[in-house]
Each structure stands twice: as C-alpha cells, then as structure tokens.
Design a protein around this ligand. Structure first.
Ligand code: 13P
Length: 283
C-alpha cells in the first residue's frame, strides 16, 4: 500500500491530504474530477450512514475503478466506524483505511478495541485512525456551534499514551473544530495545544475533523503545526444539495440533465480545499 508515503511526505513538507466524504457516485465523480485536475492524492470517506446507503462493496469497487482509471492514489476510509464488526466488514470489502471512533467509550475500552482494530487492519495493509476525544456536532448546517464547555480537548500526554497503547497510525484530535457548519461562524482552533500534541506524537499522522467552515488562516496554521489529514463533509453536502435543488426547480426530470451541476458544485469545493491544503501537484 503506497498511501502512507504521501502522509509521510505531507508531514515532512507541511501540507495536508483532504478526506472528502461522499454518499453516492455523483459526489464521488466530483471529488475525483478535482483531484485529477489538480494532481492531488485524496481520501474518500464514508461514514457508517454514507456507506450504508452507498454499500461497502460498491464504495470499494467504485474507488478501485477510479484508481485504475486515473492512476491517482486514492485511499478509501471508513469514517467514524463505531463497531469492530462493521470495521471488519469494511476491510473485508476492500476499504484501505478505517477510523475507529471509540470516543464515547471509557478510555481503556477505547484503547482495547482500537488495538484490536489495529491488529486486524495491520495484517491486511489497512491504515487505522483512532479517536479519544469526540469532535462534536454532525455534518450538516447547524443553528449554533456546540458549547465549548461541553467539549473535551485532546490532552497531549493522554494522546501519546493512547497511541502507544493502541498502535494506531493516525489520531483525530479535538482542538476546537466541530462537525457541521454554522453560517457566519468560524471555530477557534487551539493552536498551542496542537503544537504540544505534535511534539508528543512526531510519528503519528494528525487528523482534523470538522474541516467545514474553518477559516483559511486557521487551516494553514494547523497544517504548519502538523495536521496532515483534513476531513470535509458539510461543505460538500451543502454544495451538492443546493445545486440539486436549483437543477430541479424548473421541473426538470431527467437525472443526467440536473445532476451534472451537483457534480460540478462538489468539484468546485474540493478544488478550493485541495489548493488550500497544498496537496496539488504532489503525485
Ligand atoms: P465537516 O462536516 O464539518 O466538514 O466534518 C467532516 C468530518 O470531520 C468527517 O469525519
């Protein structure tokens, strides 16, 4: 599996790879088109909900098809896998990365299952992302940001312990972002904390969840402090849905006539993110 080399390169050169979540082949088409145009490695993400709709096997085969068609390095990641069973199914169907989200579990339980995921995945050449402190919210337009006081931020030493005991390759860090987007609101990222986490975890790939709605300045600073993977979902969902609504508003009923705009809308967002993350022309 050649993908880890891109993470290492990103870590060394200070840029980041985008994980773009999709629910269907139309969004996938848009993401791939952007990556082809900008010659960028990419990660396709599907949550349990997204992969439940698209199908694990279908997602794996579609991504494999695009890998062969384009020659692009494309990682397929199960995003926020909550159970070992579902994660094993994703790996068996051909996912090349899995994110075990045990952040709602007691820490020792989280470490134990993350270790089992790692053992299962490692033998099959699959990358594992862990999460110990939940990044709050959900990937949609939200009325207000989650209360800061209800969020537990990642403690650098705890993170070090989590990674050394579980053996995960990458870690989702809680540094102030949240899933979803609030119009006109930008989360404040705790850059000092990120710096400390990075100092403790030099060989771990650090992941920012909740990439939608974060200011460009903060994204650049986070990358300069060690973030190598940034997950984006809401902005793509919003672009897709708005373009679709527009395409349908005149009473059009032919999918191949109203869907291209949605594909292009996704492509546009992804192109912007790839440029911001600095991952263009890296393959
Ligand atoms: P956003 O929906 O805020 O972009 O977050 C996506 C994400 O982190 C998926 O894991």
């Amino acid at each position: 599996m050649e993908f880890p080399r891109y993470f290492k390169k990103a870590q060394k050169e200070r840029w980041a790879i985008g994980q773009f979540n999709v629910s269907d082949m139309n969004a996938l088409k848009g993401v791939v088109a952007a990556a082809v145009k900008l010659k960028s490695p990419i990660i396709i993400g599907t949550s349990e909900g997204e992969s439940g709709f698209l199908g694990l096997k279908e997602a794996a085969n579609l991504v494999d098809f695009y890998r062969r068609k384009t020659g692009l390095p494309i990682l397929l990641n199960l995003d926020h896998g909550r159970s070992l069973e579902y994660i094993k199914r994703a790996i068996n169907e051909g996912y090349s990365a899995v994110h075990f989200d045990g952040s709602k579990l007691p820490l020792n339980e989280n470490i134990k299952i993350a270790g089992k995921v790692k053992d299962y995945a490692r033998k099959r050449g699959v990358l594992v992302e862990g999460e110990m402190d939940a990044v709050s919210g959900s990937s949609s337009l939200l009325k207000k940001a989650p209360e800061a006081k209800s969020v537990k931020m990642t403690d650098p030493l705890e993170a070090k312990r989590f990674v050394s005991l579980s053996g995960v390759d990458s870690l989702a860090v809680s540094i102030g972002t949240f899933h979803g987007q609030v119009r006109g609101f930008q989360p404040k990222i705790d850059l000092e904390r990120l710096k400390d986490i990075n100092n403790q975890l030099k060989n771990t790939f650090l992941v920012m969840h909740g990439g939608s709605g974060v200011s460009e300045k903060d994204i650049r600073s986070a990358i300069s402090l060690g973030i190598v993977k940034i997950n984006v979902n809401t902005e793509l969902r919003v672009a897709y849905s708005q373009a679709l609504k527009k395409g349908l508003s005149g009473g059009e009923t032919t999918p191949y006539k109203y869907l291209p705009e949605a594909v292009e809308a996704v492509q546009k967002v992804v192109e912007k993110k790839i440029k911001l993350f600095g991952s263009s022309n890296k393959i």
